[in-house]
Design a protein around this ligand. Structure first.
Ligand code: KIV
Length: 278
């Protein structure tokens, strides 16, 4: 059964971990859904994982709508959260609300996620008031990684940690139903999780969070360019795919594929066609 907004806080209170994976297309969404994940996140990581960009910055609303709708069609039970891409919520709350509503109506998601702490809380409040459920995202925020000095662990010193706590509280007070904590020391993530009532979903933030998220292509071993320290590759699909594709190349070149097992057989005598035109 699809979990609802009421479940997330209950799960935190009961100490039940919330399991999240990213998905970007219908067949993968179907498989992950069947594996029992609670939430499918249509992350703007689609930019790196699928679209070949080096960052998430170029990802557009049109691309998020396209991938979100595909995941909606593939998923049966999972709750779907779709990322608001860079530029879709920074230019004023009206545009943010409109884009959030569009992602729900045309992208079919149940909620949206956006990056930032105290500075985005007023926008989050407007969105929630308008009926758009919002998941927050603090710590390493890839859309603004250049301002953070690159892709690095956040909250290492006390002032930075206090800023993250203030951000988490501001998002919670604005009505965010959950908050992603990305790349923060596990001790800090545990403290942040204990200081707020909405569930935290960690990525590179240790086991003290209320749930975990991974980028599916990372945990499937599909993305070989760079494997972050916190990623566990549960399978290495890239070498398996490469091997399968080279076998296909060889068999086609040698005329061994398709063999009889993979062909249709005639039920009509086509020989008259040989004389046609003679
Ligand atoms: O875009 C994404 O996949 C994300 C996760 C890393 C949390 O935001």
């Amino acid at each position: 059964m699809t979990k609802t907004m009421a479940d997330w806080r209950r799960m935190k209170e009961a100490g039940e971990k919330i399991v999240v994976l990213t998905a970007y297309d219908a067949p993968t969404a179907r498989i992950l859904d069947e594996s029992g994940v609670d939430i499918l996140l249509v992350g703007d990581s689609v930019g790196n994982a699928v679209l070949g960009y080096d960052t998430t910055v170029p990802v557009t609303m049109a691309q998020m709508l396209h991938h979100s709708a595909a995941v909606r069609r593939g998923a049966r039970e999972a709750f779907i959260v779709t990322d608001m891409p860079f530029g879709s919520y920074q230019c004023g709350w009206r545009e943010a609300v409109a884009n959030g509503i569009l992602l729900m109506k045309e992208g079919g998601c149940d909620a949206v996620k956006l990056e930032g702490g105290t500075e985005v809380a007023p926008v989050v409040e407007r969105m929630v008031t308008a009926g758009v459920p919002v998941m927050g995202h603090i710590g390493l925020t890839p859309q603004t990684a250049s301002l953070l000095g690159g892709y690095r662990v956040q909250g290492r010193d006390l002032p930075a940690a206090a800023k993250l706590l203030a951000g988490a509280r501001a998002l919670q007070d604005a009505g965010a139903f959950s908050i992603v904590l990305e790349c923060v020391p596990k001790e800090l993530a545990a403290i942040l999780s204990s200081q707020i009532t909405v569930p935290t979903i960690g990525i590179g933030a240790g086991n003290g969070c209320d749930g975990q998220v991974l980028v599916c292509s990372d945990m499937f071993g599909l993305y070989e360019k760079f494997v972050p320290k916190f990623v566990k590759q549960y399978v290495k699909l890239a070498p398996l795919m490469r091997e399968a594709a080279s076998q296909y190349v060889q068999e086609v070149r040698e005329g061994r594929y398709p063999d009889d097992e993979h062909c249709f057989t005639a039920t009509t005598d086509y020989r008259p066609l040989l004389d046609a035109g003679n």
